[in-house]
Design a protein around this ligand. Structure first.
Ligand code: KG4
Ligand code: ZN
Length: 343
């Protein structure tokens, strides 16, 4: 795949091909990350500075603190990525940065760093949608190509996406209230697990009985989802113990069973009805053990299933560089502004 991109000021055309090195920055939430990826699939450097320890104290991400921490970390992760890759700025073909959706003050740091590097080395700047980046995590070290149906499950989004080609991407279903990651974090908090609760809930669930409690599966039209009713049902269940010791692992396992079977059924139906043979899992929650297991079980039904390697599920910059290489709907403009919500 060859793409021609222009530099920002001198308008010098640059060809992006299999040998191109793309450096990307990601700072949409609580990870400051920088990566260098060759030809969209081969990671040469992957550096992630996580702020989780700081936000743990507050039980969630405080945007102003996160933005300030990105500022402190951004030069460090860029230097480290150059060091890991053993290359210099002049060797980079293009610089990419996440422009949204995410926390505006946070996005500004990574995007402006990427724009500055692009200007300094007179290379193209490629602005990336964070959700496309999560999808692109599946291109790393694989031979995946569209068309496919994707299930994107992250802290802020839950979507079923039809990706017909690198330029034709349609969201055919999404949550009408909480995102899956959000539901995990809220339920985890309810039962006393520290932020971010998703991975901890997943771990506890593995020790519990998934059929201990019958929790309600929301009936939502089409390929859409709803998880706020389930969250309320868990709250009611917790209250019903009236201060007595909670069967925490059974609650976690039952919640995880309910969420994962809903996701499985909807994505399977979408693939069947829309005639896709490849199913792709993406987003931070793609790290979840039971969701992975259920989605991979589609391989027994004739589907080819992809999910990112664990380190590329949650926020990282390799997926941003890969998206810059493959996707057509990028923001290649010095004037592009960050945005907080999907558009
Ligand atoms: O994709 P991501 O890094 O952030 C957004 O782009 O929103 O995903 C973070 C989310 C958090 O809600 C976190 O709790 C959840 O992914 N998560 C998990 C697991 N690992 C991360 N949720 C359930 N099980 C996991 N193993
Ligand atoms: Zn993310």
């Amino acid at each position: 795949m060859n793409k021609i991109k222009n530099t920002l000021f001198s308008n010098k055309p640059v060809t992006i091909d299999e040998n191109s090195l793309i450096m990307a920055l990601e700072s949409s939430c609580d990870e400051t990350a920088c990566a260098i990826v060759k030809g969209g699939r081969e990671v040469i450097a992957n550096v992630v500075a996580s702020q989780i320890k700081t936000h743990e104290e507050y039980g969630g991400v405080i945007p102003e603190i996160a933005a300030r921490m990105h500022l402190e970390a951004v030069n460090v992760v860029v230097d480290e990525a150059f060091k890991q890759a053993g290359v210099k700025g002049k060797d980079i073909t293009a610089f990419a940065g996440t422009v949204g959706p995410g926390l505006v003050g946070c996005l500004l740091v990574g995007m402006n760093a990427a724009k500055s590097l692009a200007l300094a080395y007179d290379k193209p700047f490629i602005g990336i949608n964070h959700l496309n980046a999560h999808l692109a995590a599946n291109f790393i070290d694989t031979e995946l190509e569209p068309p496919f149906i994707a299930l994107l499950v992250s802290g802020g989004h839950t979507q079923i996406i039809e990706m017909k080609s690198y330029s034709d991407i349609e969201i055919i279903g999404e949550t009408i209230d909480d995102a899956v990651g959000e539901a995990y974090d809220k339920v985890a908090r309810l039962i006393g697990l520290p932020y971010p609760g998703g991975p901890k809930l997943d771990k506890m669930a593995q020790e519990g009985d998934p059929f201990a409690f019958k929790l309600p599966e929301a009936k939502v039209d089409g390929y859409n989802f709803s998880f706020s009713g389930l969250k309320t049902a868990v709250l009611r269940l917790v209250k019903s113990f009236d201060g007595k010791e909670l069967p925490t692992s059974d609650i976690c396992a039952s919640f995880q069973e309910c969420v994962s079977s809903t996701l499985y059924k909807k994505v399977k139906r979408a693939a069947e009805e829309r005639g896709y043979k490849q199913v792709v899992l993406a987003g931070g929650v793609a790290a979840n053990s039971e969701i992975r297991k259920k989605i991979f079980s589609l391989e027994n039904e004739g589907y080819k299933v992809f999910a990112p390697q664990m380190k590329y599920c949650t926020d990282n910059a390799s997926m941003v560089a890969s998206a810059a290489f493959f996707f057509e709907n990028t923001f290649d403009n010095i004037d592009v502004e960050v945005f907080s919500r999907t558009r």
